[in-house]
Design a protein around this ligand. Structure first.
Ligand code: G16
Length: 561
């Protein structure tokens, strides 16, 4: 029998979760009792539901995951949790955790990830709480956790409880007068089963192998040394027969092998350069915890995530899962390009616009109002789980290509011919000081609060845009009626173009300014043009009006998507 101890914790006032969990430098989490304080607050926030509960624990394999798993085991045991399900070696992708929670009806999960942020002792760590619907905790829950973190006086733990998480095994321990079980499981199996239920694997297999009618469709998958490696090896390698050399960076590493596990044109540039050589028909990259995806076609034809969402929406019936469930509705986060809105209109489907953060899709899915949703930040997913899902997005594209028999570029061109093209770009100014970043936002607020701003003509070169509407986006959830405010400054123009400014909620220190620009073209001669060229006037208008260089000293963004 093991005993419970209680230890006084320190005071922490900085444990407010951001867009998706608490993300800080590893060194911050390593402070005495910092991690313990947050984990205890998660269990306290459960109230009596914690008694005999079952929680899933796992993460993206980054530095400090294993240490935190062992802390969570000790704290859970002392807090009357009945059972913990732990991914072997602490590995569990975010989508696979969401699936596990739903499939086995557990009470939720503690997900150890800083997602697309770099890893290693000097980089980032994160802890996120997911609820029993499998999705990230909504604001009410994270606010409750935050309030508890600030006033917590002590945490409980079982000091001598040590479990070997490298072996799949189930261990039952007597803790005080209760039994506590830790089950270390294979984190890949259930997820693979789910993917095989959703997609037409035989057709995808034929696509990637080629047939008498069609040459082999060459696919390359880059896991950026994040958590998707073992999942990709099993799904693309074992199940679909993609060659080993086409599944790269597929060993989860604590520092991601020095890679920045963010699947975009800047940080996945190795993949882009490889695909540009013309051998591969499709390249795909995933982020650290496996919920983001980037899709590129032959010769590095980039599929903007907002377009990806619209194309999937338009072709959803080709995927077996949606043949069964029907199509209930679509959604996107506010800054995401509105290409999917046109598909929704065409299909006479609901379309919802929510704040940035996957947690805002959960209620709509639970209420049976939403089948497919996505974000400009390389997140795409459906109601099969309550997280975005990188491997799902890749399989969805493969399934659709297998049925349409077209290249990625052809699929996009055909889409634009029907719907027109929404040009979209995002500028990120990463790692700014907080004060100047706030000044940039204040600059825009003062502009849009002026009643004369509506109707104002903004010009750059020979282009002029007339302001139709400007506001700070707020959202009322149609299911629980909760109100979320201050979700991004929007300037909407009469021709449907948009400029949006937001501060990121996923950084671990300082501030990242995000500038989102969108315009809409129906002239086919523009469709193959570079978004940076088409959007240049709006980009310059946005940069000038925000005085971003003046406030931050930044001449250029760090990432352009
Ligand atoms: C998280 C959220 C996403 C959000 C993204 C970017 O993704 O789950 O919903 O779009 O952050 O947020 P921000 O613009 O505030 O940085 P992930 O992949 O980091 O968990």
């Amino acid at each position: 029998m093991m005993n419970i101890e209680e230890t006084k914790t320190n005071i922490f006032n900085d444990q407010k979760p951001g867009t998706s969990g608490l993300r800080k430098k590893v060194t911050v989490f390593q402070q005495e009792f910092y991690t313990e304080n947050f984990v205890q607050a998660i269990f306290d926030a459960q109230g009596d539901r914690v008694v005999d509960s079952t929680f899933v624990v796992g993460g993206d394999g980054r530095y400090y995951v294993k240490e935190v798993v062992s802390k969570i085991i000790k704290i859970a045991a002392a807090n009357r949790v009945g059972k913990l399900i732990v991914g072997r070696n602490g590995i569990f992708s975010t989508p696979a955790i969401s699936n596990y929670i739903r499939k086995y009806k557990t009470n939720g999960a503690i997900v150890l990830t800083a997602s697309h942020n770099p890893g290693g002792p000097d980089n980032d760590f994160g802890i996120k709480f997911n609820c029993e619907n499998g999705g990230p905790a909504p604001d009410q829950v994270t606010n409750r956790i935050f309030e508890i973190t600030k006033s917590l006086e002590s945490f409980k733990y079982v000091p001598n409880l040590i479990i070997d998480i490298e072996k799949e095994q189930s261990t039952a321990i007597q803790v005080g007068d209760r039994k506590f079980v830790v089950e270390v499981i294979n984190p890949v199996e259930d997820y693979v089963v789910l993917m095989k239920e959703i997609f037409d694997f035989p057709s995808i297999k034929e696509l990637v192998h080629g047939s008498a009618e069609r040459p082999k469709f060459e696919l390359i998958v880059d896991c950026l040394n994040g958590v998707t490696g073992p999942y990709a090896q099993c799904i693309f390698g074992t199940e679909l027969g993609v060659g080993e050399s086409s599944i790269v960076h597929s060993t989860p590493l604590e520092d991601f092998g020095g890679l920045h596990p963010d699947p975009n044109l800047t940080y996945a540039s190795n993949l882009v350069d490889t695909v540009r050589k013309g051998v591969y028909d499709m390249g795909v990259a995933f982020d650290g915890d496996g919920d983001r995806n980037m899709i590129i076609g032959k010769n590095a034809f980039f599929v903007n995530p907002s377009d990806s969402l619209a194309v999937l929406a338009d072709n959803l019936e080709l995927i077996p899962y949606f043949k069964k469930t029907g199509i209930k509705g679509f959604a996107r986060s506010m800054p995401t390009g509105s290409a999917v809105d046109r598909v929704a209109l065409n299909k006479a489907c609901d379309i919802f616009e929510v704040p940035t953060g996957w947690k805002y899709f959960g209620n709509l899915m639970d209420a049976g109002r939403l089948s497919l949703c996505g974000e400009e930040s390389f997140g795409t997913g459906s109601d099969h789980i309550r997280e975005k899902d990188g491997i799902w997005a890749c399989l969805a594209w493969l399934n659709i290509i297998a049925k349409l028999g077209k290249s990625i570029e052809e699929v996009l061109m055909d889409h634009w011919k029907i719907y027109g093209r929404h040009f979209f770009t995002r500028y990120d100014y990463e790692g700014c000081e907080s004060l100047p970043a706030n000044e940039v936002m204040i600059e825009i607020v003062s502009l849009i609060q002026n009643p004369k701003f509506i109707g104002e003509k903004l010009s750059w070169g020979d282009k002029t845009y007339v302001v139709q509407k400007a506001d700070d986006f707020s959202y009322q959830d149609i299911i629980d009626h909760s109100l979320t405010v201050n979700q991004g400054l929007r300037i909407l123009f009469e021709d449907g173009s948009r400029i949006v400014f937001r501060l990121s909620g996923t950084g671990s220190s300082g501030a990242t300014i995000r500038l989102y620009i969108e315009s809409y073209e129906t002239n086919p001669s523009t469709f193959m043009m570079d978004a940076q060229v088409i959007l240049k006037p709006l980009i310059n208008i946005a940069i000038n009006m925000s005085k971003v260089e003046e406030h931050t000293g930044r001449k250029f963004p760090t990432v352009i998507t």
